[in-house]
Ligand binder design. Structure first.
Ligand code: COA
Ligand code: AMP
Length: 629
């Protein structure tokens, strides 16, 4: 089998292609309808298949003799805890926690928010929700109460599952006050908050809705998996869009299970029994797909790591993990390797560990810059595979499909489109551009299984955000080009989304917070290059007439407001007071140009610009501030 034949089949006969992949999974009733349209005329996968994702990921392996194999290995250098859960043990806990949730009134279709650190109970809670045919929404622990409140109001959960604390290197973060504050801010109130007490910090349970995980588990009956349809929702994962309100990316059960199961072999070249480590967080899509669901669907052992690549305790952390657990595949963000490189430039600690089990290193989440690629290859002597994907798709759009045919790597490219993705480069009018020309990256419909069929409760928003720009295509929001060999080069976002240390955030949302400062008349937030975190946000602010404040004071106020409203992961770098911003004659700030300028990209000055001289002024200001060279 070659990549080209497999890819061609996936594009020309998608239903046939995915029907075959679906047969590899244990359905209750296999789907007869492979590809169909829903009430919104959106393509849907496996509409009449009856299944349960938790059954496929857990029970099935116990039934087929993997019960004693490690399912989850938990390693927490920040609390000095190590723990292994076999598939048997995982099944017991998941089935029981499903019993806990059912007793709290959670039924098929109900939502449960999970706001937890990187501990096995986060995965147990996700799987238990899936077992009930309910819908989970995991919120990353680095988000502030305000962000959690927005998600509570949108998802309207019956239950929130949380823990007493998370640990960030040596900083203990109490979660309960954050949850309480979020519930106080939200209009919707969940019926119950289930809290896992951790020894590091106990939380008082002071509301009638509060209950302790361990107490409930003592009395809980085990619950059998509830059959759902392939198109029934599995989870909502909120991600940053161009406006302040995050988008609830909807994932269905059937397409997700089929694509993820297939990807473990086809992309990552992993088989049942292999040890797979995605060094991410369950709060992000990488965590959903490659810490929890894909490795378990494939019968692998997955690693949950509560630590960082550095400082827990040193830049040898990744290599220690690989040796200790005989990890075959490592998946992390480039920023993690930049952090290791910064503290151990010679890679000396790599030589202190036996990393012979490691076969491949996959990177995603942000652009893999050539120096980081070169350093990682040189120091580890392992193949490094860049692959490009998004929360919206749930799995890779472009990559090197190692399990089918390993193709040559081209530096700076995420390689070739993954089977099922008809990736095109379009100009502003939606015309397909020839090889080598840069434009908007779009995917011709139908999208393959696992990709979002809608935004939670808001098909209109889904349609206007992704489908209306280029009819017949899904707009990725990324720009780039395809070369004459079909290799895809991702050049960055064309909208207000930036990537900070592999975390996706919206500059539009940040602008809404900055604009609330009493001194601010107008502002633009853009991402500037950072050698460690890839990008960092900075603000350019026009003051209200008569308002006197200096850059430093304004910056400190804004930074504080962003930590409070979005969370510490916003990492706001700098604020600059400017006399004016480049605008169109109708008064619209030319953010696209500011972004391109900060990225060092070429841009066309629109004929509608009010005063072209303003652009030189901006460039000089950015240079003076060391934002750009
Ligand atoms: N809960 C609470 N706070 C969190 C948090 C969480 N889950 N995650 C991060 N934060 C906080 C940090 O403590 C830090 O706070 P501080 O500014 O008060 O110190 C702030 O958010 C910024 O965190 P981060 O950007 O992670 O910086 P760092 O210096 O702690 O670590 C890296 C830098 C590069 C080591 C780290 O960002 C990293 O490992 N990134 C990879 C991310 C990743 O895997 N992404 C998944 C996509 S594949
Ligand atoms: P997220 O939804 O958090 O996974 O972020 C998705 C965005 O991250 C994409 O739209 C890209 O802008 C960026 N991204 C992810 N992977 C890559 C990659 N391999 N190369 C370049 N950009 C990437």
């Amino acid at each position: 089998m070659t990549y080209q034949t497999e890819y061609a089949k996936s594009i020309h006969s998608p239903a046939e292609f995915w029907a075959e992949k679906a047969r590899a999974l244990p359905w209750f009733v296999p789907p007869k309808t492979i590809l169909s349209k829903d009430e919104n005329n959106m393509d849907r996968w496996f509409a009449d298949g009856s299944m349960n994702t938790c059954f496929m990921a857990v029970d099935h392996h116990v039934q087929s003799g993997r019960g004693d194999q490690a399912a989850i290995i938990f390693d927490s250098p920040v609390t000095n805890v190590k723990q292994t859960l076999t598939y048997n043990e995982l099944l017991t806990q998941v089935a029981q926690f499903a019993g806990v949730l059912r007793a709290k009134g959670v039924d098929k279709g109900d939502r449960v928010i999970i706001y937890m650190p990187m501990i096995p109970e986060a995965a147990i809670a996700m799987l238990a929700v899936a077992r009930l045919g309910a819908v989970h929404s995991v919120v990353f622990g680095g988000f502030a109460p305000n962000e959690l409140a927005v998600r509570i109001d949108d998802a309207q959960p019956k239950v929130i599952v949380t823990a007493s604390c998370g640990v960030e290197i040596s900083k203990v973060i109490a979660y309960k006050p954050l949850v309480d504050e979020a519930i106080a801010q939200a209009s919707h109130t969940p019926d119950s908050v289930i809290l896992l007490q951790r020894d590091t910090l106990l939380a008082p349970l002071e509301h009638s809705r509060d209950c302790a995980w361990h107490t409930l588990m003592e009395q809980a009956p085990s619950v059998e998996p509830v059959p759902v349809l392939g198109t029934d929702p599995l989870y909502i994962l909120y991600t940053s869009g161009t406006t302040g309100a995050p988008k609830g990316v909807l994932r269905d059960n059937g397409g997700h299970a089929v694509a993820l199961h297939y990807s473990m072999q086809a992309i990552y070249d992993n088989q049942a029994g292999d040890v797979f480590w995605a060094a991410s967080d369950v709060g992000w899509v990488v965590g959903h797909s490659y810490i929890v669901y894909a490795p378990l669907l494939a019968g692998c052992t997955t690693i949950m790591y509560e630590g960082k690549p550095v400082r827990t305790p040193d830049p040898g952390a990744f290599w220690r993990m690989i040796e200790e657990y005989k990890i075959k595949t490592l998946f992390a963000a480039p920023t993690a390797f930049r952090a290791i490189k910064k503290e151990d430039p010679e890679g000396a600690l790599i030589n202190e560990y036996d990393i012979s089990s490691l076969q491949n290193i996959f990177m995603a989440g942000e652009r893999l810059d050539p120096p980081t690629y070169d350093w990682t290859v040189e120091k580890t002597q392992k193949p490094v595979i860049d692959h490009w994907w998004q929360t919206e798709t749930g799995w890779a759009i472009c990559g090197n499909m190692l399990g089918i045919e390993k193709v040559a790597v081209k530096a700076g490219s995420a390689t070739l489109p993954i089977t099922g993705y008809n990736v095109c480069i379009l100009d502003d009018h939606g015309e397909v551009l020839p090889a080598g020309q840069q434009g908007a990256i779009a995917i011709k419909l139908p999208l393959p299984p696992s990709c979002l069929p809608s935004i939670w409760g808001n098909f209109e928003r889904f349609s206007s955000a992704y489908l209306s720009e280029f009819p017949g295509y899904y707009s990725t929001g990324d720009g780039g080009y395809i070369d004459e060999d079909g290799y895809v080069f991702i050049m960055g976002r064309t909208d207000d989304v930036i990537n900070i240390a592999g975390h996706r955030l919206s500059t539009g949302e940040m602008e809404e917070v900055v604009a609330q400062h009493p001194a601010v008349a107008e502002c633009a937030v853009i991402g500037v290059h950072d050698s460690l975190k890839g990008q960092l946000p900075v603000g350019m602010v026009i003051l209200k007439d008569g308002y006197a404040i200096d850059d430093a004071t304004l910056h400190s106020d804004i930074k504080h407001a962003l930590v409070k409203n979005i969370g510490p992961i916003a990492c706001f770098k700098d604020t600059l007071i400017v006399p004016r911003l480049p605008k169109t004659r109708s008064g619209k700030i030319l953010r696209k140009i500011l972004r391109a300028m900060a990225d060092g990209q070429t841009f066309t000055v629109p004929s509608t610009i009010d005063d072209p001289a303003c652009l030189d002024e901006m460039k000089a200001l950015m240079q003076a501030r060391n934002w750009i060279k």
